[in-house]
Design a protein around this ligand. Structure first.
Ligand code: PEP
Ligand code: MG
Length: 755
C-alpha cells in the first residue's frame, strides 16, 4: 500500500483531472472507478447510486462484470451495500462472505473477492450512494484507506448533486437526490403556502474540493477555527438574540465544541488527506449529520445538532459569506427554510413575497412561531433535516394546519393545494365582507368579539377584522423578541402606540406573563422541575416587584388622560390580586405626587386560569373590575394535561362536562357581581366552542384575528336562547359522558349554524 499521505493526495489530483475531462457522465464514472481501484491497489471498485425508490443501482465498476452495470440493484438494508446505505457508516471486512448481511448477486461475479471496504456517499447527512473496493485476499483495509475512500466519496457526492448523473437514470427511476417527499413536523402557524425554497442560511457551495497546496489549506483551517472561537466569545458576551434566536446555553455549548480536540483532529486529518479546508469541514459535518439523523437519544441528538451548526459557521467563515440572508432579494412566492431563526430575522424578510416558513427546530411557543402567526405566514417546525433535504429553488408546499411539508410535490398534490389555497382565499374574502356587519346573534343579542395581540405588527388587524377591541394584549411578546430588556421609555412608546391605534376602542393590557415556557433570553432562567407550575407571571411580579412596577408605571404614563385596562396573569388567590392592586395604587399615587398626568380611569382585572380561583370566585369577582378566562392555562391545570405535550394535550375535550361547568361557574359569578367576563384563550376562536361559550353566558370573547370572521359568521346564525336551553340541558344530564361535542355539533347542524 502507498503511504497515507501520498496515496490520497495523488488520488484526489487524478480525480480532479478526470472531473475536468470533456467526456460524458458514464465515461467519467468508468474512469473514476478505474483510478480509485488502481490507486488503492484494489481489484474491484464499484459505485452504487441511491434511486428515489430507495434502491441502490450499480452505476459503474472496475473489476466486477460490466454487464451488471445498471442491472444489479439492491434495496436499502439489503446486502452489505444496502447496510452501508442504511447505516451511513463504512464497513471494513476481511472476510465479507461470512458477514450475515452478505447477499450474492451472481451476475456480478463477485464470489472470488474476500475483503470488502464500502463507504456511504453522503451529502448533508443523506445517503446518495455507496462506494466499494474489494480484493481477493483476506485483508483489513487501513484507517488511512477508509479515510481516503470517504474523501473520494465526497467528490462523487458533488457529482450526483450537480445533476450530471441524472442523465444515466432510466425513465421512472430517478436518483434519490431529486425525490419527492412528504415530511411531517409541528404545525406552527395556520395557512397553506406554495412556493420555492429560499435557504435562510444558504448552504455553502464548495467549488473546489481538492487542495492545490495542503499546507496552505491547513493554515486556512486553523485561522478559520481561531476566528470562529473569538466570534463565539463575542456572541456569548453581547449576543443578538432576537436575530439568531440563540440562547446563552447554546452558545456556551458552541464554545465547548469549538475547543474540542476530537473535532479539530478530524478536521485536520481531512485536510491532510488532500481536501480544501471547506471540503474538509463539509466531510466531517456530513458524517456528523448522518450520525445525528440516526441518533435516538434526544440529548445526544441535540449535541450533534450543535456541532452541525458550528461546522456551518466554520464553513461560512471559510468562504467569507454572511450567515443570514434576510436582506437578499426574495423571489416571488418564497418559502424560507431554516434550521432555527430568531423573531427579528423573520421580520427582515419582505412580507409581500413570503409564503411560508419551515424550520428544523422551533415548537409552537418559539418566538419565531409567535411572529409567524402574527404575520399570518403558514409555518411548520420540527421538520427533521429539512435544510439537508431541500435545495434552494425547490418547489415546496407548507401546510400550517396539519404540519405537513411537501418537497418537490407531484403535480396533482400541487393542484390540490392550489385549490385549497384558492378556497381559503375565497373564504377569507367572505369574512372580510362581514367586517362591518354588527356582531349580533340571530335573536338580537350583541356579543363583543375582540382580538388578541402582542406586537405592533398585530395592530393593523384591528381594522381589517372589525374587532371590537383588543381583549388581550400579551405585553411579554415585545420583551421576548427584544435583544435586551426594553427601557421604560421604550415601553411607554409601545403602549402609547397601541392605545393610539385602538382609538375609541378598548385594549386590555396583560402584565408580563414570563417564566414557564416564556423565557426572556437576556434574563437568566432558573432550572425548574415543572416550569409551568413554577415561578412565573404574577408570582415573579410580587416576589421581585421592580420589573412589574416599572411596567405598571409605563402603562399609567402611556395612558395619561385615557381609559386604561390592566389584567394580571396566573393569579391563584384573592390575596395575590389584592397585593397587585396595591402596587398599581402606589404607582398611581407616586405619579400624582410628582404631578404627572394619570389615566382618566383605571380598571383592574384578573385572568382566571388557575383552578384554585374557582373556589374563591365570588370573592375575586367582588375585588376585580373584570374577569378574563385564560382557557389555555385553565384547561391544562384543570385536567393536569400539559398544553404543549402532543401526547396528552388533546386528551381531554374542553367541551367535556367538567370544563363547561367550570366555565359556566365563572360566567355566572361575573354576572352576579355585575362585572364583565371575557374569555381570551384559543377556545373562543373556534366557532363551535365559541357558540357553546356564548350559550353558557359569555358575552365577550377575545381571539386570534383570523378567527373573528368565522366566529362572527357563526354568531349571525345563532339563536342564543335555543342554544342555551339545549346546552344547559345537556350539561345537566352529562353524567359519565366524556364530551358533549357530538351533541353540540348535532345542534349546530340541525340549526344550520356554520361551525
Ligand atoms: C390562556 O392561558 O388562555 C391565555 C390567554 O394566556 P397565554 O396563552 O398567553 O398563557
Ligand atoms: Mg395563560
Amino acid at each position: 500500500m502507498r503511504s497515507a499521505l501520498g496515496g490520497p493526495r495523488l488520488l484526489l489530483r487524478r480525480l480532479r483531472e478526470v472531473m475536468a475531462e470533456p467526456v460524458n457522465a458514464q465515461a467519467r464514472l468508468d474512469k473514476i472507478v478505474t483510478v480509485i481501484a488502481s490507486n488503492m491497489v484494489a481489484e474491484v471498485c464499484s459505485f452504487y447510486v441511491m434511486r428515489a425508490d430507495n434502491t441502490l443501482e450499480l452505476f459503474a465498476t472496475e473489476g466486477l462484470k460490466r454487464e451488471a452495470v445498471h442491472l444489479t440493484t439492491m434495496k436499502a438494508g439489503e446486502g452489505l451495500v444496502g447496510l452501508i446505505a442504511q447505516q451511513a457508516e463504512p464497513l471494513n471486512l476481511p472476510n465479507a462472505q461470512s458477514h450475515p448481511s452478505f447477499s450474492y448477486k451472481p451476475e456480478t461475479g463477485e464470489e472470488i473477492y474476500q475483503s470488502f471496504l464500502g463507504v456511504p456517499v453522503l451529502r448533508a447527512g443523506n445517503t446518495l450512494g455507496v462506494m466499494v473496493v474489494q480484493n481477493r485476499a483476506h485483508r483489513l483495509y487501513s484507517e488511512e484507506e477508509v479515510e481516503a475512500l470517504q474523501t473520494t466519496a465526497m467528490v462523487l457526492a458533488e457529482m450526483i448533486a450537480s445533476g450530471e448523473l441524472q442523465a444515466l437514470a432510466r425513465p421512472g427511476l430517478d436518483i434519490a437526490l431529486r425525490r419527492r417527499m412528504t415530511l411531517t413536523g409541528e404545525a406552527l402557524a395556520d395557512g397553506v403556502g406554495l412556493g420555492h425554497a429560499v435557504m435562510h442560511e444558504p448552504r455553502v457551495v464548495i467549488s473546489n474540493l481538492i487542495a492545490d497546496d495542503p499546507d496552505l489549506e491547513k493554515q486556512r483551517l486553523d485561522e478559520a477555527i481561531d476566528g470562529l472561537r473569538s466570534s463565539i466569545d463575542l456572541l456569548v458576551d453581547h449576543g443578538d438574540v432576537a436575530h439568531t434566536g440563540e440562547h446563552r446555553e447554546v452558545l456556551e455549548t458552541f464554545r465547548m465544541f469549538a475547543n474540542d480536540p476530537g473535532w479539530m483532529r478530524r478536521l485536520r486529518e481531512a485536510v491532510l488527506s488532500g481536501l480544501t479546508a471547506e471540503a474538509a469541514v463539509e466531510r466531517v459535518q456530513s458524517d456528523n449529520r448522518a450520525r445525528m439523523l440516526r441518533q435516538t437519544d434526544p440529548y445526544l441528538r441535540d449535541r450533534l445538532h450543535d456541532l452541525d451548526e458550528l461546522a456551518n459557521r466554520l464553513l461560512h467563515r471559510l468562504v467569507g459569506r454572511d450567515m443570514v440572508s434576510g436582506q437578499i432579494q426574495l423571489p416571488e412566492n418564497a418559502i424560507v427554510v431554516a434550521r432555527s431563526m430568531g423573531p427579528a430575522a423573520l421580520l427582515d424578510y419582505d412580507r409581500s413575497r413570503l409564503r411560508g416558513l419551515i424550520l428544523e427546530e422551533g415548537g409552537p411557543t418559539s418566538h419565531v412561531a409567535i411572529v409567524a402567526r402574527a404575520l399570518g405566514i403558514p409555518a411548520v417546525g420540527m421538520v427533521e433535516n429539512i435544510t439537508g433535504l431541500v435545495e434552494a429553488g425547490d418547489a415546496l408546499i407548507v401546510d400550517g394546519a396539519t404540519g405537513q411539508v411537501h418537497v418537490r410535490p407531484q403535480q396533482d398534490v400541487e393542484d390540490a393545494y392550489k385549490e385549497k389555497a384558492r378556497l381559503r382565499a375565497r373564504r377569507q374574502e367572505q369574512y372580510r365582507t362581514l367586517r362591518d356587519v354588527p356582531a349580533i346573534s340571530k335573536d338580537g343579542v350583541p356579543i363583543s368579539l375582540n382580538m388578541n395581540a402582542g406586537l405592533l405588527i398585530d395592530l393593523p388587524h384591528m381594522n381589517a377584522t372589525g374587532a371590537h377591541g383588543i381583549g388581550l394584549f400579551r405585553t411579554e411578546l415585545q420583551f421576548m423578541i427584544a435583544e435586551r430588556m426594553p427601557t421604560p421609555t421604550e415601553q411607554i412608546t409601545l403602549y402609547k402606540t397601541v392605545l393610539e391605534a385602538v382609538g375609541d376602542k378598548q385594549v386590555t393590557f396583560r402584565t408580563l406573563d414570563i417564566g414557564g415556557d416564556k423565557i426572556l433570553p437576556y434574563m437568566r432562567a432558573r432550572e425548574e422541575e415543572n416550569p409551568a407550575l413554577g415561578w412565573r407571571a404574577i408570582r415573579i411580579g410580587l416576589d421581585r416587584p421592580g420589573l412589574l412596577r416599572a411596567q405598571l408605571r409605563a402603562l399609567l404614563k402611556a395612558a395619561a388622560g385615557r381609559h386604561l385596562k390592566i389584567m394580571f396573569p396566573m393569579v391563584a388567590s384573592v390575596d395575590e390580586f389584592v397585593r397587585a392592586k396595591a402596587l398599581v395604587q402606589r404607582e398611581q399615587e407616586h405619579l400624582v405626587r410628582y404631578h404627572h398626568a394619570v389615566p382618566e380611569s383605571v380598571k383592574l382585572g384578573v385572568m382566571v386560569e388557575v383552578p384554585s380561583l374557582l373556589f374563591e370566585i365570588d370573592e375575586i369577582a367582588a375585588e376585580a373590575d373584570f374577569l378574563s378566562v385564560g382557557s389555555n392555562d385553565l384547561m391544562q391545570f384543570l385536567y393536569a394535561a400539559d398544553r404543549e405535550n402532543p401526547l396528552i394535550s388533546n386528551r381531554f375535550d374542553p367541551l367535556g362536562p367538567a370544563s363547561l361547568r367550570a366555565l359556566r361557574l365563572i360566567a355566572e359569578a361575573g354576572k352576579k357581581a355585575g362585572i364583565p367576563v371575557t374569555l381570551c384563550g384559543e377556545l373562543g376562536g373556534k366557532p363551535l366552542e365559541a357558540m357553546t361559550l356564548i350559550a353558557i353566558g359569555y358575552q365577550s370573547l377575545s381571539m386570534s384575528p383570523a378567527a373573528i370572521g368565522p366566529v362572527k359568521a357563526m354568531l349571525l346564525d345563532l339563536d342564543i336562547r335555543a342554544a342555551r336551553e339545549k346546552i344547559l340541558d345537556l350539561l345537566d344530564h352529562a353524567g359519565g359522558i366524556a364530551t358533549l361535542r357530538p351533541a353540540i355539533e348535532a345542534f349546530a347542524r340541525d340549526h344550520g349554524i356554520p361551525i
